[in-house]
Design a protein. Structure first.
Ligand SMILES: Nc1ncnc2c1ncn2[C@@H]1O[C@H](COP(=O)(O)OP(=O)(O)O)[C@@H](O)[C@H]1O
Ligand SMILES: [Mg+2]
Length: 160
């Protein structure tokens, strides 16, 4: 049983995240999308809302959603995952991801980090940018699922 975890903030999930989830689902028996509970960050959506939005858009039966806090490698061990999936967009992602991957390897050499690239139209996409554009009244259709777009408008403008 090859099981991978895909950890992140997913505040909110974008079509870039989804692209990666679908690619990973073709490679592993089970993919767990793991939403990080991070009290240090001030997210737009609660963890529960983020989990709900992810559940609404995942299609593959071998993908499930979970939450975690604490050390990622400990969570991976607990759920029996051999692989951590992370996305690489531009060069700017590289340094931080490289540090994290090597630190996680130090903490548990049996868990492998795998980097995946999204389809080209999503390489510029981040949750942060999507939130900024939406807050300024810009159109985010096509970069987030429709349900996410609706919830973002509700959250930012209190309905619409
Ligand atoms: N558009 C995208 N295409 C591919 N990977 C992405 C995209 N947006 C984010 N990712 C990747 O998804 C993972 C989770 O991202 P994110 O939700 O921003 O959480 P984090 O707080 O861990 O960065 C990271 O590995 C990130 O590089
Ligand atoms: Mg990020």
């Amino acid at each position: 049983m090859r099981r991978a975890i895909y950890p992140g903030s997913f505040d909110p999930i974008t079509n870039g995240h989804l692209d990666l989830i679908e690619r990973a689902a073709r490679l592993f028996d089970e993919v767990i999308v793991a939403v990080l509970i991070n009290p240090a960050k001030t997210p737009l959506f609660t963890v529960e809302e983020r989990v709900e939005m992810i559940r609404e858009v995942i299609r593959s039966p071998q993908v499930r959603v979970d939450t975690f806090d604490g050390l990622l490698v400990e969570y991976a061990r607990r759920v029996g995952a051999q692989v951590i999936i992370r996305g690489i967009r531009a060069i700017s992602d590289y340094e931080y991801e490289f540090q994290m991957a090597l630190m996680n390897r130090r903490l548990d050499p049996t868990i492998e980090t795998i980097f995946m690239m999204p389809a080209e139209p999503y390489t510029y996409l981040s949750s942060r940018l999507v939130k900024e554009v939406c807050a300024l009244g810009g159109d985010v259709a096509g970069v987030v699922p429709p349900g996410v777009e609706r919830r973002m408008r509700e959250k930012l403008f209190g309905k619409a």
